[in-house]
Design a protein around this ligand. Structure first.
Ligand code: MF3
Ligand code: CO
Length: 280
């Protein structure tokens, strides 16, 4: 079923999406292992591209509206869509790496995965550590909320509640960019908001898959796009962070398709375990 309210996938299609998701997880892990002072973001992109080629995934970033790289590498005041290049990572930098790929499914169509991680180059500034850990907590709290709620806008409620629970850190939620449905395209309807709204949003159905991707900033989240037409930066140059996973709604809960453990570690603190994909 297609439409603005979210495409429902078959279990086989979700298994194919998990295959894409695990390649993305491996790619981000390979990039993470190379993050250190002195490395350029272009070098990180090359690591990602090599991994994808070896693993047999097709980048869904490269060529997307002309995007020139396999990952987005967004450093410090860059919120999202940072183009890899000559920028050299320095001690204390925070970097978000966003990447995705597609694989050919049993039905002959291409199925997509999309995920983002963040990392900090030592020595780790205390406020940046808080920024990253709260953003990651917001992601997992939102994923857990999808398991417990019947409506998509539980995501925004969860992200806002996590930010509110950390009044000691002056965090703002990025509203200019949102998560999305994902399937035979990287970006499908509906949008997945990271902030609270009055409406409950799309009613969740087993077989729906969403990319959940909260972005937080240490100052104001007001942003603009640089002259390269991609890189989004904070107006006040405050630091930003993003974490993202591709998450399937299943009959017995949620399954994180871009985590090699299906989300077991991240969901455990909520008393949840990853749902299984039904056999038929
Ligand atoms: N993966 C991003 C998202 O989370 C989109 C990247 S657009 C690209 O939705 F052009 F950089 F690939
Ligand atoms: Co995304």
């Amino acid at each position: 079923m297609f439409g603005s309210r979210g495409q429902v996938k078959t279990w086989q299609q979700i298994r194919d999406m998990e295959r894409a998701g695990h390649i993305v997880a491996g790619m981000l892990g390979a990039v993470r292992a190379e993050i250190r002072a002195g490395v350029t973001t272009a070098e990180l992109d090359a690591v990602a591209e090599d991994f994808l080629n070896q693993a047999g995934g097709l980048s869904n970033f490269k060529g997307y509206y002309g995007y020139p790289a396999v990952i987005c590498a967004s450093v410090n005041e860059e919120i999202v869509h940072g183009i890899p290049g000559g920028r050299v990572l320095e001690p204390g930098d925070i970097i978000s790496i966003d990447g995705g790929c597609s694989v050919r499914g049993a039905d002959g169509r291409r199925w997509h995965g999309d995920s983002a991680i963040s990392a900090i180059v030592p020595p780790v500034p205390e406020d940046s550590e808080a920024l990253s850990s709260v953003t990651e907590t917001a992601l997992w709290t939102a994923i857990a909320a999808l398991a417990d709620s019947r409506y998509l806008n539980a995501v925004g409620d969860a992200v806002e509640s996590v930010v509110e629970a950390h009044p000691e850190t002056p965090l703002d939620i990025v509203r200019d960019y949102v998560g999305h449905g994902i399937g035979t395209a990287m970006h499908e309807a509906p949008e997945v908001l990271n902030y609270r709204v009055r409406e409950r949003g799309v009613r969740l159905k087993p077989g729906m898959v969403f990319a959940v991707e909260p972005m937080l900033t240490l100052g104001s989240a007001a942003s603009h796009v640089l002259d390269d037409e991609w890189t989004v930066v904070t107006n006040d140059r405050s630091r930003a962070c993003q974490w993202e996973h591709t998450v399937a709604i299943l009959p017995d809960g949620v399954r994180v398709l871009t985590a090699l453990d299906a989300g077991a570690a991240g969901l455990a603190r909520f008393g949840l375990t990853p749902a299984e994909i039904p056999a038929t």
